[in-house]
Ligand binder design. Structure first.
Ligand SMILES: Cc1ncc(COP(=O)(O)O)c(C=O)c1O
Length: 362
């Protein structure tokens, strides 16, 4: 997991603070305005998590049930937010697995829109994620989906928790991405390296409404400038740091390929989803952790997630690359260790003690 840098801790110690429930914390206001400006939006709202900014966005875009959201089946809002859309917004969800296995297309979104009818919960929001599992959503497809959403008067939200990575890798500015979406949530944790936090951006009235719901959800906070100050530090040099993370991730993917470990998805940014085949991903993760102090995360029986961040150095990457053959041989030498015949996804996570945690590991 990332730790705040010395510069972040220094900023947190020295920043000006006020009561953010009253909109009086100058450091929070500075972070909100900065990220709103970067994405070409009128206003921003700093919250504790991307789960909160996504759920606030959903709550504010949707008004009167029956209504539904259309998203990717692998989207964070669908898989990892405790069914929040149903709980907070009384919304059902149309979750689609992209036919190409990588990203949704305008064509399949159009084909899956729920139309108005006395029997249905019509689609009133389309939500996309970029990056999703580290994979960049192609710009042309995003533009087509934007056009479709406009034609159908359906608002478009972006879970941009990792949008920084997409922007750094493609060179497409945050502002350009901002033109396609009505609202975006962007994390200052994850690749940005801060301990927690996410900023929701949109129009002024939309953010005012979100601020009200944030209070209702119990998310109004006081001297949050201490956290916001770290985000302002992260904004200073994230581009260079992320470019290096992406290079490290691609080096790692190449090394894995040399050991017949293919990636389930293209490695566009800082995430790898390794296919461990007949080997148990959970047992490989446990072995790497116990014997080599390498933290990874099994996602299913045979998919192992690795995430690279700015506190993982070139030496760390070299250590992982050098260690992989040894770890794989050790696992293969002991057949009771290596195979995953009787595991299901939950067992795989539990075996590594990660059933509930969502770690940012290599
Ligand atoms: C794409 C995406 N959206 C949202 C979240 C939720 O972030 P948080 O942990 O801040 O709630 C995550 C967390 O990993 C994520 O990867």
């Amino acid at each position: 997991v990332t730790k705040p840098t010395a510069a972040m801790l220094e900023a947190a110690r020295n920043c000006a603070v006020g009561d953010d429930v009253f909109g009086e914390d100058p450091t929070v206001v500075a972070l909100e305005q900065r990220i709103a400006r970067l994405t070409g939006k009128e206003a921003g709202l700093f919250c504790a998590s991307a789960t909160m900014t996504n759920q606030l966005a959903i709550r504010c875009h949707l008004t009167q049930p029956p209504h539904s959201i259309l998203c990717d089946k692998r989207a964070h809002i669908y898989k990892y937010e405790c069914g929040g859309a149903a709980f907070h917004s009384q919304a059902s969800t149309t979750a689609i697995m992209p036919r190409n296995g990588v990203h949704l297309t305008a064509e399949e979104i159009e084909a899956n829109l729920v139309e108005e009818d006395v029997h249905t919960a019509p689609t009133r929001l389309i939500s996309l994620e970029n990056t999703l599992n580290g994979v960049i959503f192609p710009w042309d497809e995003l533009s087509d989906i934007h056009q479709l959403a406009r034609q159908r008067s359906i608002p478009l939200h972006l879970d941009g928790a990792r949008l920084w990575n997409a922007s750094v890798a493609t060179g497409i500015s945050l502002q350009a991405y901002g033109t396609l979406f009505d609202s975006i949530s962007l994390c200052i944790s994850k690749g940005m390296g801060c301990p927690i936090g996410s900023v929701l951006v949109g129009t002024k009235p939309f953010i005012e409404r979100a601020r009200w719901f944030r209070k209702l959800f119990g998310g109004g906070w006081r001297q949050a400038g201490i956290l916001a100050s770290m985000g302002l530090v992260a904004l200073e040099d994230y581009g260079e740091r992320m470019a290096l993370d992406h290079l490290h991730a691609s080096q790692l993917a190449e090394a894995c390929a040399r050991h017949q470990l293919a990636c389930q998805l293209p490695v566009h940014t800082n995430m790898l989803f390794l296919d461990t085949g007949a080997r148990s991903a959970a047992k490989l993760a446990a072995h790497l952790q116990q014997h080599h102090r390498i933290l990874t995360m099994p996602m299913s029986r045979s998919i192992l997630r690795m995430v690279v961040h700015h506190q993982i150095s070139k030496q760390d990457i070299d250590h992982v690359i050098a260690t992989l053959p040894t770890a794989l041989s050790a696992l293969d030498a002991d057949p009771t260790e290596a195979h995953n015949d009787h595991e299901d996804d939950d067992d795989a996570r539990a075996a590594n003690g990660t059933s509930t945690a969502y770690y940012y590991r290599i």
